[in-house]
Ligand binder design. Structure first.
Ligand SMILES: Nc1ncnc2c1ncn2[C@@H]1O[C@H](COP(=O)(O)OP(=O)(O)OP(=O)(O)O)[C@@H](O)[C@H]1O
Ligand SMILES: [Mg+2]
Length: 429
């Protein structure tokens, strides 16, 4: 550092100023700029202490951002660093945008006193920090053993111009660094979100693929079941009916005792009639399973109630069905979807839950519908069930179905705590 404690000649001063400006221009960090600049100012003006203040955004205060030459105690700095911009000895420098000097602060008419803990101030000089002629703050120096001279003022004004630029550069640098950090943070966040979405998508695609396979298997299974039902149920019944008919006809042909045989034929025809009744009810059951006709005629609420009560009786569980709100028709696609979800939920209860009681409630609201199916059965661990190693598709297909209707399904369960399936749909009626 050049020796500028006594820069006697004009040339010496210029050289010192030049050296200091170079040193300052090399700094990037705002705190370093402020502290180095202030140190230089004290040296250039042979002052005991000094400060740099910057005007706040609303131009109502001066924020003291650096002090040198005395060491405040306790919270002095925190409590006093914001100073209202009023025309006192030093703030005038900013308000009037010009250098100010006081040879004896204690008797200066602009004196307003100083905060407790501040060392006594004798001589004072302030110069504005300007960017494009407008003040952004000030440098204040104090307690030169002798008065501040025009030379000091001129020197400090010249140096302050460099300081203002260095401060502005450091501030821009800070903003740039912060913007870079923010940007990096946003990029990292976005990358993370994208990866999450990618993973979710891959998972979904895998589930869909499995669902497609399963859909075809299920279709095949259903066809088999229908053909099985037709064979074991209807075919057997029809064969039985034909045998009864044949027996009746044989008896008629070999009849020599008309009255007695007529009675037997009547019995045979009666049993044919019974069998045909069974055929008719079997057919109704098969059709009902394929597409519940009651949905079209009775509507959603009563159809779900009827199916649930029927199914619960079949598996030996108690079933309570409650309907809230004003039942109304939903689009056919939604109704059949909800019906299938209920079927799957009940099948799961029948197959896995060992429940004593099933509670079903439906809520009809003007723009939404919800179905809740809960059982007091064994419950299960969802994380295990959804891993789907053994290709269980009921839960997945319930979810897919609800989502394809634009709705949401929630399943609450835990081992030994029963299971609650909640489906919510919104619609525009
Ligand atoms: N209400 C329930 N109570 C107890 N366990 C259940 C219930 N619902 C589902 N689970 C458990 O979750 C598993 C997955 O059910 P999911 O319906 O997906 O498949 P699944 O019923 O085993 O086979 P399927 O593909 O034929 O439906 C079941 O194997 C069962 O362990
Ligand atoms: Mg199932």
């Amino acid at each position: 550092m050049p020796n500028f404690t006594s820069p006697t000649t004009h040339r010496d001063r210029l050289q010192a100023l030049y050296d200091l400006s170079l040193e300052l221009a090399a700094l990037r960090d705002l705190n370093e700029v402020l502290n180095t600049a202030l140190q230089h100012c004290l040296a250039l003006t042979e002052s005991e202490f000094g400060f740099i203040g910057l005007t706040t955004d609303n131009h109502k205060h001066l924020d003291i951002v650096a002090i040198h030459g005395f060491h405040p105690q306790g919270k002095f700095f925190e409590n006093t660093h914001l100073i209202p911009l009023r025309p006192n000895i030093f703030a005038r420098t900013v308000l009037e945008n010009r250098p100010t000097r006081s040879d004896d602060v204690t008797s200066d008419p602009h004196r307003v006193g100083q905060p407790a803990g501040h060392p006594p101030v004798g001589t004072f000089m302030g110069v504005p920090l300007r960017i494009r002629q407008l003040p952004i703050g000030m440098i204040g120096v104090a307690n030169r053993p002798a008065k501040y001279q025009d030379d000091h003022e001129h020197l400090l004004m010249t140096y302050a111009a460099q300081v203002a630029i260095a401060i502005q550069n450091a501030q821009l640098n800070e903003q740039l660094t912060q913007a870079k950090i923010d940007l990096e943070h946003k990029v990292a966040q976005r990358t993370y979100e994208l990866n999450e979405a990618k993973e979710a998508l891959a998972q979904k695609a895998e589930q869909l693929k499995r669902l497609l396979d399963e859909t075809m298997t299920v279709q095949e299974r259903e066809r088999q079941r229908i053909s099985h039902d037709l064979h074991d149920g209807l075919n057997q019944l029809i064969v039985g009916a034909m045998l009864e008919l044949k027996a009746g006809r044989d008896r008629l042909q070999s009849s020599n005792n008309g009255q007695a045989n007529l009675h037997k034929v009547d019995i045979a025809l009666q049993s044919v009639g019974n069998i045909l009744h069974q055929v008719e009810s079997e057919i109704r059951q098969i059709i009902f399973d394929l597409r519940p006709p009651a949905l079209d005629t009775l509507g959603l609420g009563p159809t779900l109630r009827r199916y649930a009560e029927h199914y619960a009786a079949h598996i030996g569980s108690q079933c309570y069905v409650r309907i809230f709100g004003t039942p109304q028709r939903l689009p056919p696609h939604d109704e059949i979807g909800i019906y299938r979800i209920l079927q799957e939920a009940l099948h799961n209860i029948g197959e896995h839950a060992h429940a004593q009681t099933i509670n079903i409630s439906m809520h009809f609201q003007p723009h939404s519908f919800s179905l809740e199916v809960s059982d007091d059965g064994c419950g299960f661990d969802q994380s295990v069930a959804m891993q789907g190693h053994d290709y269980h598709f009921g839960l997945i297909s319930m979810r897919e179905r609800a989502e394809s209707l634009g709705g949401k399904i929630t399943i609450q369960t835990a081992p030994n705590c029963g299971t609650r399936v909640l489906v919510c749909l919104t619609h525009h009626s």
